[in-house]
Design a protein around this ligand. Structure first.
Ligand code: PEP
Length: 253
């Protein structure tokens, strides 16, 4: 994939004043050579969506219901997100898997609902430290990916964005090494070859403690199509530098 994709995940951070200050610094400064998005908390979708109009930065959400409507108190549907101009939605973030008990099946159903409703799901998958140290990383990742393939047609799966996020690297300041990341991304690319018509066209992101200093190296890996950025996306300068690193990586310098 020629253009990289960099997605900020604001998690449960921000308020109207801080959002506005952050967006003022981002809008107009984002490099044109990179596709960018910010996934923001539900209440701020209207505010952020309005600020991003004409900016080239896409609007994203951090979760979505697998159901279309009805008695699901607290949940938000695909149609509701689309109503606010949302283009991307994160599904299966490890924080939701761990804290809300989301299973591989639930994540796959959310991805299917998003695709069905015209949104692009960013499906997160990754191993815990215990799993890595027990030597079952590949097994765990393939289990998570296979659940997607079992619930999506090859044509639907073609429209997904995958985000490899080792759980031990998220919010810890300890990014995976380039070698660890490329080993997994290559595995995922091979897996894609068995499941979609055009495996090279599915974007695979890396997420986990990406910083401006590490972004260039990670985004230059042969199978890296960009990044999912948590903490560093809350600082305008850091997020801009990470996006610029993605632009440079796409141009091969
Ligand atoms: C994330 O939450 O998706 C993430 C990658 O967080 P961080 O960059 O803070 O590790």
């Amino acid at each position: 994939m020629e253009r990289k994709l960099v997605v900020g995940n604001w998690k449960m951070n921000g308020d109207r004043v801080r959002n506005s200050a952050l967006l003022d610094q981002l809008v107009g400064a984002m490099p044109a050579a990179v596709d960018c998005a910010v996934c923001v908390p539900f209440p701020y979708l209207p505010q952020v969506g309005e600020s991003l109009v004409g900016s080239g930065v896409a609007l994203g959400a951090q979760d979505v219901s697998e159901f279309p409507e009805g008695a699901y108190t607290g949940d938000v549907s695909v149609a509701m997100l689309a109503d606010w101009g949302v283009r991307f939605v994160i599904v299966g973030h490890s924080e939701r898997r761990a804290m809300h008990g989301e299973s591989d099946l639930t994540v796959a159903r959310k991805a299917a609902a998003a695709l069905d409703g015209g949104l692009v799901p960013i499906a997160c998958f990754g191993e815990t430290l215990v799993e890595r140290e027990s030597g079952v990383t590949e097994l765990v990742l393939l289990r998570q990916l296979d659940a997607l393939a079992a619930n999506l047609s090859p044509e639907a799966l073609q429209g997904i964005v995958l985000a490899y996020e080792p759980v031990w690297a998220i919010g810890t300041g300890r990014a995976a090494t380039a070698e660890q990341v490329q080993t997994v991304l290559a595995l995922v690319r091979r897996w894609l070859a068995d499941h979609v018509p055009a495996p090279e066209r599915v974007r695979i992101l890396y997420g986990g403690s990406v910083k401006p200093e590490t972004a260039g190296g990670l985004f230059s890996l042969p199978d890296a199509d960009g990044g999912l950025i948590g903490g560093a996306s809350l600082d305008a300068q850091s997020f801009l530098e990470i996006c610029q690193a993605a632009g440079s990586a796409a141009q091969g310098n």
